[in-house]
Write a protein that binds this ligand. Structure first.
Ligand code: 3PG
Length: 209
């Protein structure tokens, strides 16, 4: 997948956050995302299977596969070795950012305050994760932060759901939204992806209306 993650996010608006606990669901995960024209995924380092899941999902080249919840240098190395083409962190982690810049891999550091955003911006980063968006003031905060940080785009995550995601997406300072509500292994397990497919289809339809 050679397409740039910033461009894809700008077009698709959704970044599904996925935590793998059973690798047998990965083909279904890929199928659901491809079918709904959401060709990207953030696989979180919240399970031991993250590296292997990134590797397997990257194999077909149908998805842009990134790693999330990357908090250490060790994790960022495992992620990139296994084929991750972008990295998402819950915080500004200098060693993770520096390694990504060295490897020329897009990095979305997690920020919540002006100090965090300025720290990320000092590395030349133009798009930051805003996390946890709901707790740190949601769209009101994004609008306020966009005053001084007029050259920064936001990827809000945390507390975003079917009810509020459109409001976020419609904001010009928001490049796209991330969340675990977009794609869940637990929901896929219930009926081998039927319900999950319907949920994603309905999210995409709402965006394209
Ligand atoms: C993240 O790491 O981006 C968040 O934990 C996602 O939050 P959510 O589960 O509320 O979508």
């Amino acid at each position: 997948m050679s397409q740039n993650v910033y461009q894809t996010l700008e077009e698709v608006k959704l970044l599904p956050l996925y935590t793998a606990t059973d690798l047998s669901y990965l083909p279904k995960v890929e199928e659901i995302l491809v079918e709904n024209h959401v060709p990207l995924i953030e696989v979180t380092f919240r399970s031991k299977l993250a590296g292997e899941a990134i590797k397997q999902l990257s194999a077909s080249g149908k998805l842009l596969v990134g790693a999330g919840t990357v908090r250490t240098l060790e994790e960022v190395k495992i992620a990139i070795e296994n084929g991750a083409t972008f990295i998402v962190s819950p915080a500004v982690v200098p060693e993770v950012i520096e390694y990504c810049l060295e490897q020329e891999i897009p990095i979305f550091p997690g920020t919540a305050t002006p100090t965090d955003i300025q720290q990320a911006a000092s590395y030349g980063i133009k798009t930051v994760k805003f996390f946890p968006a709901d707790i740190y003031g949601g769209l009101k905060a994004i609008n306020a932060l966009s005053g001084p940080f007029y050259d920064i785009k936001f990827l809000p995550t945390g507390g975003i759901n079917e009810e509020n995601f459109l409001e976020y997406i419609e904001n010009p300072n928001v490049v796209g939204i991330g969340g675990s509500f977009i794609l869940s292994e637990k929901v896929i397990m219930e009926d081998n992806g039927v319900k999950m497919n319907q949920i994603l289809q309905s999210l995409v339809e709402k965006i394209n209306k």
